[in-house]
Write a protein of this length. Structure first.
Length: 267
Protein backbone atom coordinates (compact mmCIF):
# COMPACT_ATOMS: atom_id res chain seq x y z
CA UNK A 1 0.00 0.00 0.00
CA UNK A 2 1.23 3.57 -0.62
CA UNK A 3 2.90 5.39 2.31
CA UNK A 4 0.70 7.43 4.57
CA UNK A 5 0.59 11.11 3.56
CA UNK A 6 2.64 13.62 5.54
CA UNK A 7 1.80 17.19 6.28
CA UNK A 8 4.11 18.64 3.64
CA UNK A 9 4.48 19.03 -0.09
CA UNK A 10 6.42 16.53 -2.17
CA UNK A 11 7.03 18.96 -5.02
CA UNK A 12 9.34 21.88 -5.60
CA UNK A 13 7.24 23.41 -8.40
CA UNK A 14 5.76 26.87 -8.29
CA UNK A 15 2.26 27.21 -6.93
CA UNK A 16 0.90 29.17 -9.82
CA UNK A 17 -2.46 29.73 -8.22
CA UNK A 18 -0.92 31.59 -5.29
CA UNK A 19 1.38 33.74 -7.33
CA UNK A 20 4.52 32.00 -6.06
CA UNK A 21 7.67 32.25 -8.07
CA UNK A 22 9.37 29.10 -6.98
CA UNK A 23 9.30 26.19 -4.58
CA UNK A 24 11.33 25.67 -1.44
CA UNK A 25 12.86 22.61 0.14
CA UNK A 26 10.39 20.25 1.76
CA UNK A 27 12.66 18.01 3.79
CA UNK A 28 13.01 18.63 7.52
CA UNK A 29 16.76 18.86 8.04
CA UNK A 30 17.41 21.20 10.94
CA UNK A 31 21.08 21.89 11.48
CA UNK A 32 22.66 21.18 14.84
CA UNK A 33 25.69 23.37 14.28
CA UNK A 34 24.37 26.39 12.38
CA UNK A 35 20.88 27.19 13.46
CA UNK A 36 20.93 30.97 13.68
CA UNK A 37 20.57 33.23 10.66
CA UNK A 38 23.03 35.93 9.69
CA UNK A 39 22.21 39.56 10.19
CA UNK A 40 22.27 41.74 7.13
CA UNK A 41 24.64 44.68 6.99
CA UNK A 42 23.56 48.04 8.31
CA UNK A 43 24.03 51.31 6.43
CA UNK A 44 25.08 52.86 9.72
CA UNK A 45 28.16 50.62 9.79
CA UNK A 46 29.34 51.38 6.25
CA UNK A 47 32.16 53.78 5.49
CA UNK A 48 34.49 54.48 2.59
CA UNK A 49 37.31 55.03 5.07
CA UNK A 50 39.53 52.25 6.31
CA UNK A 51 39.03 51.51 9.98
CA UNK A 52 42.42 51.76 11.64
CA UNK A 53 43.46 48.46 13.16
CA UNK A 54 46.27 48.19 15.71
CA UNK A 55 49.27 46.27 14.37
CA UNK A 56 48.63 43.40 16.77
CA UNK A 57 45.11 42.70 15.47
CA UNK A 58 45.65 43.56 11.79
CA UNK A 59 46.36 40.04 10.53
CA UNK A 60 43.41 38.51 12.32
CA UNK A 61 41.18 41.33 11.08
CA UNK A 62 42.15 40.40 7.50
CA UNK A 63 41.41 36.74 8.20
CA UNK A 64 37.98 37.60 9.59
CA UNK A 65 37.23 39.70 6.51
CA UNK A 66 38.24 36.79 4.26
CA UNK A 67 35.97 34.47 6.27
CA UNK A 68 33.10 36.82 5.47
CA UNK A 69 33.77 36.42 1.76
CA UNK A 70 33.79 32.64 2.16
CA UNK A 71 30.46 32.74 4.00
CA UNK A 72 28.94 34.81 1.21
CA UNK A 73 30.17 32.30 -1.36
CA UNK A 74 28.45 29.40 0.42
CA UNK A 75 25.24 31.41 0.79
CA UNK A 76 25.31 32.21 -2.93
CA UNK A 77 25.95 28.54 -3.77
CA UNK A 78 22.95 27.51 -1.67
CA UNK A 79 20.68 29.99 -3.45
CA UNK A 80 21.90 28.82 -6.86
CA UNK A 81 21.19 25.20 -5.89
CA UNK A 82 17.60 26.06 -5.02
CA UNK A 83 17.16 28.04 -8.24
CA UNK A 84 18.56 25.21 -10.38
CA UNK A 85 16.33 22.70 -8.56
CA UNK A 86 13.25 24.74 -9.40
CA UNK A 87 14.30 25.12 -13.04
CA UNK A 88 14.90 21.36 -13.33
CA UNK A 89 11.48 20.58 -11.94
CA UNK A 90 9.67 23.06 -14.18
CA UNK A 91 11.57 21.85 -17.25
CA UNK A 92 10.59 18.24 -16.46
CA UNK A 93 6.94 19.24 -16.17
CA UNK A 94 6.86 20.74 -19.66
CA UNK A 95 8.42 17.67 -21.33
CA UNK A 96 5.04 15.93 -21.38
CA UNK A 97 6.66 12.70 -20.15
CA UNK A 98 5.09 11.55 -16.88
CA UNK A 99 8.18 9.63 -15.81
CA UNK A 100 10.55 12.54 -16.42
CA UNK A 101 8.09 14.97 -14.87
CA UNK A 102 7.77 13.03 -11.63
CA UNK A 103 11.42 12.07 -11.25
CA UNK A 104 12.76 15.54 -12.12
CA UNK A 105 10.42 17.08 -9.56
CA UNK A 106 11.58 14.72 -6.81
CA UNK A 107 15.23 15.18 -7.78
CA UNK A 108 14.58 18.92 -7.57
CA UNK A 109 13.47 18.47 -3.96
CA UNK A 110 16.75 16.69 -3.19
CA UNK A 111 18.81 19.39 -4.93
CA UNK A 112 16.92 22.10 -3.10
CA UNK A 113 17.70 20.46 0.22
CA UNK A 114 21.37 20.28 -0.78
CA UNK A 115 21.16 24.05 -1.16
CA UNK A 116 19.60 24.39 2.28
CA UNK A 117 22.51 22.42 3.75
CA UNK A 118 24.91 24.87 2.09
CA UNK A 119 23.07 27.75 3.73
CA UNK A 120 23.14 26.04 7.13
CA UNK A 121 26.89 25.60 6.70
CA UNK A 122 27.28 29.30 5.95
CA UNK A 123 25.45 30.15 9.18
CA UNK A 124 27.76 27.85 11.14
CA UNK A 125 30.82 29.51 9.56
CA UNK A 126 29.42 32.88 10.58
CA UNK A 127 29.13 31.73 14.18
CA UNK A 128 32.73 30.47 14.06
CA UNK A 129 33.81 33.82 12.65
CA UNK A 130 32.08 35.56 15.53
CA UNK A 131 34.20 33.59 17.98
CA UNK A 132 37.40 34.72 16.25
CA UNK A 133 36.30 38.33 16.77
CA UNK A 134 36.74 37.81 20.51
CA UNK A 135 40.46 37.21 19.90
CA UNK A 136 40.71 40.23 17.63
CA UNK A 137 38.99 42.48 20.16
CA UNK A 138 41.29 41.30 22.94
CA UNK A 139 44.31 41.92 20.74
CA UNK A 140 43.07 45.45 20.10
CA UNK A 141 42.64 46.04 23.83
CA UNK A 142 46.19 44.83 24.58
CA UNK A 143 47.89 47.07 22.00
CA UNK A 144 47.56 50.32 24.03
CA UNK A 145 49.17 48.57 27.00
CA UNK A 146 52.12 47.54 24.86
CA UNK A 147 52.39 50.98 23.29
CA UNK A 148 52.24 52.72 26.68
CA UNK A 149 54.98 50.55 28.14
CA UNK A 150 57.20 51.06 25.09
CA UNK A 151 56.66 54.82 25.14
CA UNK A 152 57.74 55.10 28.78
CA UNK A 153 60.77 52.88 28.14
CA UNK A 154 61.79 55.02 25.17
CA UNK A 155 61.45 58.20 27.21
CA UNK A 156 63.60 56.72 29.99
CA UNK A 157 66.29 55.76 27.47
CA UNK A 158 66.24 59.26 25.98
CA UNK A 159 66.59 60.96 29.36
CA UNK A 160 69.39 58.63 30.47
CA UNK A 161 71.31 59.62 27.36
CA UNK A 162 70.68 63.37 27.63
CA UNK A 163 69.83 64.13 31.29
CA UNK A 164 70.99 61.21 33.43
CA UNK A 165 70.69 63.21 36.67
CA UNK A 166 67.11 64.44 36.17
CA UNK A 167 64.61 63.62 38.91
CA UNK A 168 62.05 62.81 36.25
CA UNK A 169 63.79 59.49 35.69
CA UNK A 170 62.64 58.19 39.09
CA UNK A 171 59.02 59.07 38.30
CA UNK A 172 59.21 57.47 34.85
CA UNK A 173 60.78 54.29 36.22
CA UNK A 174 57.91 53.99 38.72
CA UNK A 175 55.45 54.51 35.89
CA UNK A 176 57.24 51.83 33.89
CA UNK A 177 56.86 49.34 36.73
CA UNK A 178 53.12 50.00 36.86
CA UNK A 179 52.82 49.82 33.06
CA UNK A 180 54.70 46.51 32.97
CA UNK A 181 52.40 45.07 35.66
CA UNK A 182 49.29 46.18 33.74
CA UNK A 183 50.71 44.79 30.52
CA UNK A 184 51.51 41.48 32.21
CA UNK A 185 47.84 41.06 33.15
CA UNK A 186 46.69 42.04 29.65
CA UNK A 187 49.12 39.63 27.96
CA UNK A 188 47.98 36.75 30.20
CA UNK A 189 44.35 37.49 29.32
CA UNK A 190 45.24 37.58 25.63
CA UNK A 191 46.98 34.21 25.62
CA UNK A 192 44.15 32.60 27.59
CA UNK A 193 41.42 33.95 25.31
CA UNK A 194 43.42 33.18 22.16
CA UNK A 195 43.83 29.51 23.03
CA UNK A 196 40.23 29.11 24.18
CA UNK A 197 38.57 30.93 21.29
CA UNK A 198 40.82 29.51 18.56
CA UNK A 199 39.94 26.01 19.69
CA UNK A 200 36.23 26.87 20.00
CA UNK A 201 36.01 28.54 16.58
CA UNK A 202 37.59 25.77 14.55
CA UNK A 203 35.94 22.97 16.48
CA UNK A 204 32.62 24.55 15.46
CA UNK A 205 33.76 24.85 11.84
CA UNK A 206 34.97 21.25 11.61
CA UNK A 207 31.80 19.89 13.22
CA UNK A 208 29.72 21.92 10.76
CA UNK A 209 31.82 20.54 7.89
CA UNK A 210 31.19 16.98 9.05
CA UNK A 211 27.45 17.65 9.35
CA UNK A 212 27.24 19.22 5.91
CA UNK A 213 29.23 16.40 4.30
CA UNK A 214 27.27 13.59 5.94
CA UNK A 215 23.85 15.14 5.30
CA UNK A 216 24.71 15.88 1.69
CA UNK A 217 25.87 12.29 1.31
CA UNK A 218 22.51 11.11 2.67
CA UNK A 219 20.69 13.30 0.15
CA UNK A 220 22.89 12.23 -2.76
CA UNK A 221 22.28 8.54 -2.05
CA UNK A 222 18.52 9.06 -2.06
CA UNK A 223 18.88 11.10 -5.24
CA UNK A 224 20.54 8.10 -6.88
CA UNK A 225 17.63 5.93 -5.72
CA UNK A 226 15.23 8.29 -7.47
CA UNK A 227 17.17 8.10 -10.72
CA UNK A 228 16.93 4.31 -10.66
CA UNK A 229 13.15 4.68 -11.07
CA UNK A 230 13.59 6.28 -14.49
CA UNK A 231 13.53 3.62 -17.22
CA UNK A 232 16.12 4.62 -19.80
CA UNK A 233 15.85 1.48 -21.94
CA UNK A 234 15.93 2.61 -25.59
CA UNK A 235 12.66 2.32 -27.54
CA UNK A 236 12.23 1.98 -31.28
CA UNK A 237 10.39 4.68 -33.18
CA UNK A 238 6.64 4.30 -32.87
CA UNK A 239 6.72 2.35 -29.60
CA UNK A 240 5.20 3.91 -26.49
CA UNK A 241 6.74 3.60 -23.06
CA UNK A 242 4.79 2.02 -20.24
CA UNK A 243 3.09 4.53 -17.91
CA UNK A 244 5.14 5.58 -14.90
CA UNK A 245 4.21 3.18 -12.11
CA UNK A 246 6.66 4.23 -9.39
CA UNK A 247 5.14 7.49 -8.15
CA UNK A 248 4.42 5.98 -4.72
CA UNK A 249 7.98 4.67 -4.47
CA UNK A 250 9.36 8.10 -5.43
CA UNK A 251 7.34 9.69 -2.63
CA UNK A 252 8.64 7.06 -0.22
CA UNK A 253 12.23 7.87 -1.16
CA UNK A 254 11.65 11.49 -0.15
CA UNK A 255 10.09 10.27 3.08
CA UNK A 256 13.17 8.14 3.70
CA UNK A 257 15.46 11.09 3.03
CA UNK A 258 13.51 13.24 5.47
CA UNK A 259 13.64 10.54 8.13
CA UNK A 260 17.40 10.05 7.68
CA UNK A 261 18.08 13.78 7.97
CA UNK A 262 15.93 14.06 11.07
CA UNK A 263 17.59 11.04 12.70
CA UNK A 264 21.12 12.15 11.87
CA UNK A 265 23.43 12.49 14.87
CA UNK A 266 27.09 13.44 15.04
CA UNK A 267 29.12 10.39 16.00
Amino acid sequence: SPPSPRNRSLSIRSHRGTGGTGGTSTLGSGSTTGSSGRRGFSLASLSLRNHHQPELSRRLARLIKSENSLIGAHEAAGKERVLIATQLSEWGEQTGDDSISDVSDKVGVILSELGEQEDNYAHALDESRGVLKAIRNTEKSVQPSRDGKAKIADEIARLKAKEPETAKLVVLEQELVRAEAENLVAEAQLTNITRQKLKEAYQAEFLATIERAEKQTILARHGLRLLQLLDDTPVVPGDARAPFADAAQARQILNDAEDDLRDWRLE
